[in-house]
Design a protein around this ligand. Structure first.
Ligand SMILES: [Zn+2]
Length: 140
């Protein structure tokens, strides 16, 4: 990671060494998870069901429901997509889902680092917010 300074604005925010150390740690874990390729969005829920046969134990009192069965669920756009999983699939894909959760958690930590650096920018002390932002040319 490089520290960038803008020659037009020499006081550009610098990333603190401690901040970079944490970011590098996050990056290592992100990369390790990504490299496995085992990342799956959604969640797995356990289902126990009743069947249609009236004399089955699942309708007794107390009922003995069928299952457990496992269902993978994911929201795509406004639709919920579900697939039934075999016990072996459930075993395998739970780890993929855990990886997806960890990736999101790590990205959240990175964003928190950025937000903390943004809040700690000493220029907030000196420069009152202008009534109207002047157009600044951004060079790349
Ligand atoms: Zn039944």
């Amino acid at each position: 990671m490089t520290q960038r300074t803008n020659p037009c604005h020499p006081e550009s925010v610098r990333v603190a060494a401690s901040h970079q150390a944490v970011a590098r740690q996050i990056a290592r874990e992100l990369a390790a998870i990504a490299a496995t390729g085992m990342v799956l969005p959604g969640s797995i829920t356990t289902r126990r069901t009743r069947c249609g046969r009236d004399n089955c134990a699942c309708h007794a009192d107390p009922p003995r429901l069928h299952g457990p069965y496992w269902q993978w669920t994911r929201k795509i756009a406004a639709r919920t997509v579900c697939r039934w999983l075999s016990p072996a699939q459930r075993e395998d894909y739970q780890a993929w889902i855990d990886n997806d959760r960890r990736l999101r958690d790590l990205l959240g930590q990175l964003e928190e680092l950025g937000a903390a650096a943004f809040d700690a920018d000493p220029r907030w002390q000196r420069e009152p917010a202008p009534a109207r932002q002047r157009n600044r040319q951004t060079s790349t």
